[in-house]
Design a protein. Sequence first.
Length: 186
Amino acid sequence: NSVCYELGVSTGALIRKLAARHKPTVKWVGIDLEPNMIEQAKHEIANSGLGVDNVELLADDINLFPYQPADLIVSYYTVQFVEPRLRQELLNRIYQSLNWGGAFVMFEKVRGPDARFQDIATGIYTDYKLAQGYTPDEVVAKSRSLKGVLEPFSTQGNIDMLRRAGFADLTTIFKWVCFEGFLCIK
């Protein structure tokens, strides 16, 4: 009988798997700012063959959405696209929306703690993308497309923001080069 949210649904891949795993006991609400993403997610869920009817998908702004009390809120590489000046208020609202004992799971791209480590992480990730078959032009084009849109914080910057929101209990649950997942419990 829980309400759980995914912030930044994109194509619906994650919420589809979560809803299938926890049907029918959990109501999943997926929010994405882009109506086209919501339509694609609806299409993907309808054609998944999983028979999930415990998902509601909404085109809305996660910064303004009136959250119901929730047991879980998941943000999978979404907060990094929220303007830095708005992030603290968003995390405050997420914390306030959670029931006691509820969890916030946040995955983000993270900056290195200083320029040297940032350069190392950028080099490792660039080499990884090239090894996966991306061309140098594709790697550069992706990097350019994210300038001014994606603004990652450092690990410590994210932890500080989560703690200011009220999360006293938090831990890293995933770390790979410049990507990190946090589990935060209210």
